[in-house]
Design a protein around this ligand. Structure first.
Ligand SMILES: Cc1cc2nc3c(=O)[nH]c(=O)nc-3n(C[C@H](O)[C@H](O)[C@H](O)COP(=O)(O)O)c2cc1C
Length: 157
């Protein structure tokens, strides 16, 4: 299975999650920052995984631009999955802000929706990975959870 894992990352947390996800796929995976890739490079891809930090309840700009660049039906016959990183609610001191983040939603759901709209077949529910504070580090065990998430996708075939 040819796999592409594309990610955006400011402080390095989403990058670490993407790297952990790539491990179980071995040499079959293309792991790239999303701004360094154009959709045309992905002609052989069978599974496309896209991940972004959540900012303002949504994916970040470069992720949105990449998703927009995918032609209509460009993902027909392609398996897709989406993930984000997001702040751990317990690490937000302000109560109103904590409430806003909790209820505002997260990037992965939006990414998954767009990938499906472009013809992709979703093979895993959108997943979020926790960072402690705005800049991280990642919460304990998130790298292991990311590896397991990838293993589950592989096991589905
Ligand atoms: C401007 C800004 C907006 C953010 N908005 C959200 C948000 O709406 N929800 C959330 O859970 N985390 C939010 N965060 C925390 C980011 O999700 C966190 O910085 C990101 O997961 C770190 O990933 P990175 O190290 O790959 O950049 C925000 C952070 C910044 C700097």
């Amino acid at each position: 299975m040819y796999v592409s894992i594309l990610y955006e990352s400011f402080f390095g947390n989403t990058e670490k999650i993407a790297q952990a996800m790539a491990e179980p796929f071995g040499s079959a995976v293309l792991l790239k920052k999303i701004d360094n890739v154009s959709f045309d490079e992905l002609t052989e891809v069978e599974l496309l995984v896209v991940g972004s930090p959540t900012r303002g309840f949504r994916p970040c700009e470069k992720t949105k631009a990449f998703l927009k660049s995918i032609p209509e039906n460009g993902l027909n016959g392609v398996k897709v999955a989406a993930f984000d990183t997001r702040i751990m609610l317990e690490t937000i001191k302000s109560k109103p802000l904590r409430f806003m983040v909790k209820t505002g939603g997260y990037a992965a759901k939006h990414i998954a929706k767009t990938l499906q709209k472009k013809g992709g077949k979703l093979v895993a529910p959108p997943e979020g990975f926790m960072v402690t504070g705005e800049e991280g580090p990642l919460a304990d065990e998130e790298l292991e959870r990311a590896r397991n998430w990838a293993v589950q996708i592989i096991q589905q075939g």
